[in-house]
Design a binder for this molecule. Structure first.
Ligand SMILES: Cc1ncc(COP(=O)(O)O)c(C=O)c1O
Length: 383
């Protein structure tokens, strides 16, 4: 986060904090440092702001965008669209976002508020169908004059944005925080864990860390059950209907920007564990994260409990970084969030409140002018 005057909101993209998840680590009996890279603090609210900015700026450098004329068209699960719509609002390009039906109303509303057109597409359409979000974007691009697809699935600036911003920020935070007796640190990124959608984040992070910082870093990618990104293939199992509620991670094809040779281990996650991890992040760490952040944490905790995780990562001083990709404000109307928020176990405090408020109030006691005066005029402190 900058303390200087920024030219526009794009200056607020990235530069997100790395925050200790000590309470979650303690509750799970971990001895390593569990750290969250909190991406909802980026200007557009997610990790995908970074690639949107990078792809637009690269296209401008290549002379591919003309202000007032170009129409940026992009198939996305929403967050790349929000980043693009933000950049294009600032720079003066029109935007059309094709968005599968399952993605939240909040994302559509934000896109529209930023001035984008939104076209919903059937979630169940396979990626290569003309009706999928990718198929519809291609059809629109062929017909619309000055239409351009920046294409996060193939654009090298997607992984590059993470190799040159997200990764270095994590390395900087870990190496500039010294080891102390109470908080020992290897001063290295020992493990990085992130969900995979296009795969740009995990690929770029892996390259930044392994090439320039710690070649022995273990890279763990998270893939929801129902998606086919994980390796070995046997992990993906038989895909029944392939549906999962969590947004932004998992696909039915392997995007070009996902380099699976950069990943050491894949963990498959299911919706329920993702959403209870979101609840844990909110209630114990005060972090207002979205569903895929829950998947990343749930996968991280599961991997840390494996034999490999115990041996290579769960020792004092090891730094295990979990990427928390977006925030809960994208999902406030989703039933899984309303369940977390509104259907909590009744707390002792709730019982006290009910008991207090059910007592018959004596209006004389509380509303006489004398009683009000004693409330408004505090007696001077005796010490
Ligand atoms: C909420 C969320 N989490 C995770 C991801 C995955 O990021 P990547 O596409 O870089 O793999 C995305 C991508 O859109 C996302 O929106």
């Amino acid at each position: 986060m900058s303390t200087q005057i920024l030219d526009n909101a794009l200056g607020g993209v990235g530069h997100t904090p790395l925050i200790r998840l000590d309470k979650i680590a303690q509750a799970n009996g971990l001895r390593c440092n569990l750290l969250g890279k909190v991406e909802f603090m980026s200007a557009g609210g997610s990790v995908k702001d970074r690639i949107a900015k990078a792809m637009v700026e690269a296209a401008e450098r290549d002379g591919k965008l003309i202000p007032g004329k170009s129409v940026v068209i992009e198939p996305t699960s929403g967050n790349t669209g929000i980043g693009l719509a933000m950049a294009c609002a600032i720079k003066g390009y029109s935007v059309i976002i094709t968005l599968p039906n399952k993605m939240s109303l909040e994302k559509e509303a934000l896109l529209r508020a930023l001035g984008a057109e939104v076209v919903r597409t059937p979630t169940e359409a396979s990626w290569d169908s003309p009706d999928s979000h990718i198929g519809v974007a291609n059809r629109l691009q062929r017909e619309i004059p000055h239409g351009i697809i920046l294409d996060q699935y193939r654009n090298v600036n997607n992984p590059l944005a993470h190799e040159f911003t997200t990764g270095p920020e994590i390395i900087e935070a870990v190496t500039s925080t010294p080891s102390t007796t109470s908080k020992p640190s290897s001063e290295k990124v020992d493990v990085i864990i992130a969900g995979a959608g296009t795969g740009g984040t995990i690929t770029g992070l892996s390259r930044a860390i392994k090439k320039k910082h710690n070649p022995d870093c273990i890279v763990v990618a998270i893939d929801p059950k129902g998606s086919i990104l994980a390796q070995p293939e046997s992990l993906n199992g038989v895909v029944d209907d392939g549906q999962y509620v969590v947004e932004g991670i998992g696909y039915d094809f392997i995007p070009d920007v996902l380099d699976r040779s950069d990943v050491n281990t894949w963990i498959k996650t299911v919706d329920d564990e993702s959403f209870s991890a979101v609840q844990q992040l909110m209630k114990t760490e005060g972090l207002l994260v979205g569903g895929s952040s829950g998947s990343a944490l749930a996968g991280a905790l599961r991997w840390l409990k494996t034999e490999e995780g115990q041996v290579v990562a769960n020792t004092p001083g090891k730094n295990v970084v979990v990427l928390l990709a977006d925030g809960i404000r994208n999902y406030m109307s989703k039933s899984w969030f309303l369940k977390i928020a509104m259907e909590q176990e009744p707390s002792p405090l709730a019982a006290t409140i009910t008991q207090l408020l059910s007592r018959k109030e004596n209006p004389k006691e509380t509303h006489t002018p004398e009683a009000l005066a004693t409330i408004r005029t505090p007696t001077p402190a005796s010490h």
